[in-house]
Write a protein that binds this ligand. Sequence first.
Ligand SMILES: C[S@@+](CC[C@H](N)C(=O)[O-])C[C@H]1O[C@@H](n2cnc3c(N)ncnc32)[C@H](O)[C@@H]1O
Length: 211
Amino acid sequence: MAAVTHATRKLALPLFLACAAAIAVRAQTPDQLNLLAQIKTIDRDQLSVSEEDGRFLRVMVASNGSKHALEIGAAYGYSTIWIGLGLRETGGHLTSIEYDPARAKAAAENIRKAGLADVVTVVHGDAFAEIPKIAGDFDFVFLDAWKRDYKRFFDLVFPRLRPQGLFLAHNVVNKQNEMRDFLDAIRSHPKLFTSIVTPSGEGMSVSVKIP
Ligand SMILES: C[S@@+](CC[C@H](N)C(=O)[O-])C[C@H]1O[C@@H](n2cnc3c(N)ncnc32)[C@H](O)[C@@H]1O
């Protein structure tokens, strides 16, 4: 028995280190982390979500097994990369729409640098016009555009959210006064379970569509 224990211990450490290395590589590479940090430095208007909110988005994508994702408001692609990292694991795809031409170009370039060009398509344009052009339903939606448009985006996208699909929206705590109609809608909707979480202080609503 003692010999078995000793042998097990001898095997356990290398096995643990191998697994940890594999997880570290699968989670994100140092290059991807550097890129995410660089995006923060060029983002002078602080449009990007916090790192913790980004990590939360990735967890939501991976835990839901999302395959067909939509992001409204890419800016420079910071949140887009975190969502893309989750979709890399699930085998899914993200369409991310950005109105500002320079930001859309930068987001597409950052996605390429992150090695996620096969997972994410950045679309330049007004999401109100672009969403109807996308085929199929969504099982993950992240809304981070202008706050006063949230209710209109929710009304546009909700009919195309699959059962068990997730609808997440950003800034629901620090900018709640700009989106009262949206917050009322997701809190009272008969086909949604909603929770507000605060991975960082800005707040995210997480709603799941119930059948
Ligand atoms: C807060 S920033 C997004 C930040 C990004 N999600 C991130 O964390 O890296 C909001 C972005 O939404 C874009 N936007 C606002 N209204 C839009 C619309 N109707 N269609 C597409 N993009 C829009 C803005 O140009 C801006 O870049």
